[in-house]
Design a protein around this ligand. Structure first.
Ligand SMILES: Cc1cc2nc3c(=O)[nH]c(=O)nc-3n(C[C@H](O)[C@H](O)[C@H](O)COP(=O)(O)O)c2cc1C
Length: 156
């Protein structure tokens, strides 16, 4: 059984829809998935390490969405050792309107998690909502990603 925790940063709920779609896809008896909004957790979520999927949109001008702000700022300030953390990354954005800051919030999480010793599994998915429906693209992406996780993390 592989345990996966999805951490969602969202402004209008689309990233949460994406997480729900992923839960449906992975709910096959081999993977146990728990999803939380970043506003509902604190950094203790990383205690003991484990496998995480960061799923966040970008707002303002390349900012993390409001629901992710406290969690992100805590990471920057507290700087815990996350060497036991493995993670995947899904960014939601809009390249047409926000080309210069496309998926910056996801990229910011990627940067700080890496600095704190967490190891990313696989390439991120950066969804451009003009091109592909986020929930459809994520559902397809996660099939390959979870295979990689099984290879790299193994099952518990
Ligand atoms: C006011 C506003 C600002 C945005 N800023 C960015 C941005 O800087 N970069 C980006 O890639 N997308 C940006 N977006 C696009 C959103 O990230 C995208 O629509 C996303 O799918 C919303 O997901 P959510 O409902 O989970 O928040 C912005 C959207 C709005 C409405």
């Amino acid at each position: 059984m592989l345990d996966l925790r999805i951490l969602v940063g969202t402004q209008t709920g689309i990233a949460q829809l994406v997480a729900q779609e992923i839960e449906l896809r992975l709910d096959d008896g081999d993977t146990r998935v728990k999803t939380s909004l970043m506003e509902d957790v604190d950094l203790t979520v990383f205690d003991g390490g484990g496998l995480f999927l960061i799923c966040t949109s970008t707002y303002g001008q390349g900012d993390v969405p409001d629901s992710a702000k406290t969690f992100y700022e805590d990471l920057l300030q507290t700087r815990p050792d996350l060497s036991g953390v493995r993670y995947g990354l899904i960014g939601l954005g809009d390249k047409g309107t926000h080309a210069a800051t496309f998926c910056f919030a996801a990229k910011k999480f990627d940067k700080v998690l890496g600095e704190l010793g967490a190891i990313r599994i696989g390439e991120p998915l950066f969804n451009d909502s003009n091109m592909n429906l986020p929930e459809d693209e994520a559902a397809e992406w996660v099939e390959g990603w979870i295979r990689l996780c099984r290879e790299e993390v193994g099952e518990t």
